[in-house]
Design a protein around this ligand. Structure first.
Ligand code: BES
Ligand code: MN
Ligand code: MN
Length: 460
């Protein structure tokens, strides 16, 4: 009956998502504050229409969060659904085949039934909206077996920094038994998986200053330290030949992983060749002694996200710049503390700088890693739900991405999270031409109510 309802309304569900995707809710860019508010209002309206009570837009100190609930019986368990309506900046715009905020459905090799192309299609509007529609289907067919609360925020893509205070201030409102989040991915379209861990993050910016002004690179070249040359060398030294990060103390707190979990990762269906092919690279690269899936999940990493300075316009200009900059992120694993890591980075980066430059390190945001158990009723409910809709038992696997709120829900509310994501690595989240398969969108809407049914059953 619920599946009938979903299939009868599937076109409308999609139309509604497309409306949501038209709003440029770019949280990193202050020019879009009004669009973030409008997006929050639309999410609130859709929650109300779907049948939620007490829907409100709550201030957070930053972009607002949307709350809604349906409390049917205080003897039943309560599921807190979290998602985010903000998106990453769409840049570089010229690499998009269609405008990022004018969603279109296109068929691809992987998605012959079609995929929605737009910024936020997968991360996270499309995945968040699956919950709104699954909720609607449960309500309208009289199949809601638990209490449900929604918290949909607007600052995930900038580190959810205002959310800690918000959650602390609204502990009672958000009280629940488990958190359910769809903001991660599957191993493949026909290989279901459930994310059991997320990496933490330390994100910072460095600024090197050499001479007090830009210099003629002929008159001064060879005699004065060039901040860009120096920055490149310093960055180059942060990872050694064995793929290890060279910051002293960096690995001190890294959690030792059990052989059992490594075995599980190593036996996951994964083809190195396919992986390289999809990315257009000849080979992968990383820490010695670990396979690709380990390198990108249970081991920490360090990457330059942007680097600039000097002349980057058209043609050539001969100059030794006064300054050079880079944005650097480190992905962290359990037991690493992002503030401690920022400090280790800063001390080390200053220590390796030659006297010819001054170094400034500015921390951006951080996030704690998280792991979720696989022997809990909620994990079983999630696993059984995917097994039912995919016809295969999902593989528990950690992911390399970060969702800082997950560790915070555990710390502040004492709640574990189920990472019930339906995205794919090929969805190009944060990249040009982000998309989300219609298959994935509908599969999520169909699977979520089964999670609720199983969870209510197992918590009896
Ligand atoms: N949804 C992603 C995280 C993600 C994607 C986890 C796929 C696992 C699989 C989330 O929106 C995100 O992009 N998080 C940021 C962190 C944030 C602090 C900017 C990230 O991981 O870079
Ligand atoms: Mn996301
Ligand atoms: Mn994201």
């Amino acid at each position: 009956m619920i599946n009938q309802y979903i299939s009868d309304n599937k076109n409308r569900f999609l139309e509604e998502l497309l409306e949501l995707l038209k709003l440029p809710s770019i949280s990193a860019d202050s020019r879009y504050v009004d669009d973030l508010r409008k997006t929050a209002e639309l999410v609130a309206e859709k929650l109300r229409e779907a049948g939620a009570d007490n829907v409100e837009i709550l201030p957070t100190g930053g972009h607002p969060a949307v709350y809604g609930e349906k409390l049917i019986d205080d003897k039943l368990p309560t599921v807190l659904v979290y998602g985010h309506y903000d998106v990453q900046p769409p840049d570089p715009l010229d690499l998009w085949d269609s405008p990022p905020f004018e969603p279109v459905i296109k068929k691809t090799e992987l998605h012959p039934e079609g995929a929605i192309f737009a910024r936020g299609a997968c991360d996270d509007k499309g995945q968040m909206y699956m919950h709104v529609k699954a909720f609607e289907a449960m309500i309208k067919t009289g199949n809601l077996p638990c209490n449900i609360k929604f918290i949909i925020e607007g600052e995930e893509e900038v580190g959810s920094e205002n959310l800690e205070g918000f959650v602390t201030d609204h502990k009672d409102k958000l009280a629940a038994d488990v958190v359910l989040v769809s903001d991660t991915g599957l191993l493949d379209k026909d290989v279901p998986s459930i994310t059991t861990g997320l990496r933490g993050l330390s994100y910072l910016e460095v600024e090197l200053t050499g001479p007090n002004r830009d210099l003629h690179s002929g008159l001064y070249g060879g005699a004065v330290g060039n901040p860009i040359n120096i920055l490149s060398k310093m960055i180059g030294s942060l990872i050694d030949d064995k793929g290890k990060i060279t910051i002293p103390g960096f690995y001190n707190d890294v959690e030792a992983i059990t052989d059992e979990e490594r075995q599980l990762i190593q036996s996951a269906p994964f083809s190195e060749e396919e992986y390289c092919k999809k990315l257009g690279i000849k080979s992968t690269e990383g820490e010695e002694g670990y396979v690709t899936l380990e390198r990108s999940s249970i081991r920490p990493s360090l990457d330059v996200n942007g680097i600039w300075g000097g002349y980057t316009g058209e043609g050539a200009k001969t100059v030794i710049p006064s300054k050079a900059f880079a944005k650097i992120s480190m992905r962290l694993v359990p037991n690493q503390d992002y503030e401690k890591i920022m400090k280790l980075f800063e001390d080390h980066f200053k220590a390796i700088a030659p006297e010819s430059v001054q170094v400034k390190v500015v921390p951006h945001h951080g996030g704690e890693p998280a792991v979720t158990p696989i022997d809990s009723p909620e994990y079983k409910a999630a696993s059984m739900a995917m097994e039912e809709t995919f016809g295969k038992k999902p593989i528990p696997l950690r992911s390399g991405g970060s969702i800082p709120i997950v560790a915070m829900f555990e710390r502040v509310l004492g709640l574990k999270t189920i990472l019930f994501g339906f995205g794919l690595d090929t969805d190009a989240i944060h990249s040009p031409n982000e998309h989300y398969g219609l298959f994935n969108f509908y599969k999520g809407i169909e699977t979520i109510p089964i999670f609720f049914r199983n969870y209510a059953e197992l918590k009896k």
